[in-house]
Write a protein that binds this ligand. Structure first.
Ligand code: UDP
Length: 318
């Protein structure tokens, strides 16, 4: 939002605030070019209202977070499949272009050294709820691609790999904000399994400009682009780094998967993006280091805690 508003765009956001918080929009609420609609993407009238008059739409509304998906598979399937259909129809009817946010989850258990956009998808059982997210997002991509082929809808797809940054909650999974919160609170950092599974974390501040640029390039229509970090790290090393960087007294607690998640969870051992296609199209070159990401997320969590503390003090004073 900040990125688009500072470029002079008018921005309308629709969000049902199921996992997001209005507080996250504190810097843009009140901006003369910003409008917020509290609504659900399953509600066609609300989506039409948000899309009317727009020339570009960014579809980022989805049920995300492994905890949420594993515990509420039905909600995740409905929002991610039917919700996307509603958005596609509305965008088409309004003559706008669309940027669809997809996910590295769709590659599933493919542990290739570098996943390019044509890599095979290796999914587990359809009855394991972890995979319903990957399945739903795969359907979303297929829908978008079919709207492009059959109706000429101007739609590009980005596959996001573990995007993290300030204002992200760890409540629904998301290891980076979770471990940082634990480290700041002096609680043990919960590392699931043996901690040797790896990820490539990317910073929201690198991803947003790339998404915006991709949405402006007509040759991106009908295609998908990976957007991920360039540094692979194990979750155990991540936990150690967080403790060290934040000077935390916390230790590390290994938690077996059966204890960490509801039934239907399966982990991915490794997930490494090939960002070559986005680099070629829009010069995507994520520069923020993992240390910087950790510092920024920690600073944001500290300021949230302080703001919460101040609020309590002033309420007590009233
Ligand atoms: N994870 C962990 N401790 C936590 C939360 C997650 O060790 O408190 C692990 C999780 O099992 C996975 C990795 O961190 O191996 C990344 O998890 P996340 O949910 O952030 O993203 P995803 O699994 O979608 O890559």
């Amino acid at each position: 939002m900040e990125h688009l508003l500072s470029a002079g765009d008018e921005v309308t956001v629709i969000d049902n605030l199921s996992t997001g918080r209005l507080e996250n929009l504190r810097d843009v609420i009140g901006h003369r070019n910003f409008r917020f609609i509290e609504g659900d993407i399953l509600d066609k009238a609300a989506v039409d209202k948000a899309v009317a008059g727009a020339n570009r739409v960014f579809h980022l509304a989805a049920a995300v977070g492994v905890n949420l998906i594993v515990e509420h598979p039905l909600e995740s399937l409905r929002t991610n499949i039917h919700g996307t259909e509603v958005v596609l129809d509305s965008v088409l009817a309004n003559g706008a272009s669309l940027l669809l946010a997809s996910t590295s989850e769709i590659y599933g258990k493919n542990t290739a050294d570098s996943l390019n956009e044509d890599a095979d998808r290796i999914l587990g059982s359809a009855l394991k709820s972890r995979w319903t997210y990957a399945a739903a997002k795969g359907i979303d991509e297929a829908f978008a691609h079919a709207y492009w082929r059959e109706f000429g809808l101007e739609v590009a797809i980005v596959r996001l790999f573990n995007t993290v940054g300030p204002r992200q909650t760890g409540r629904y999974g998301m290891v980076v904000p979770r471990l940082i919160r634990q480290a700041l609170a002096g609680e043990p950092l919960t590392v699931y399994g043996d901690g040797r599974q790896t990820r490539c974390f990317s910073y929201v501040g690198d991803i947003v400009p790339a998404i915006t640029r991709i949405s402006e390039v007509p040759s991106a229509y009908g295609q998908a682009f990976n957007l991920g970090g360039s540094y692979e790290i194990s979750i155990l090393t991540l936990a150690e780094r967080i403790i060290e960087l934040l000077g935390s007294e916390s230790d590390i607690r290994f938690v077996p998967y059966e204890e960490a998640y509801a039934e239907g969870y399966e982990d991915m051992r490794r997930r490494v993006p090939d960002n070559g296609k986005a680099r070629q199209l829009v010069g995507f070159d994520p520069k923020t280091t993992l240390d910087q990401i950790i510092r920024n997320v920690a600073a944001d969590q500290r300021s949230e805690t302080q703001a919460g503390g101040r609020l309590k003090v002033s309420m007590a004073g009233n």
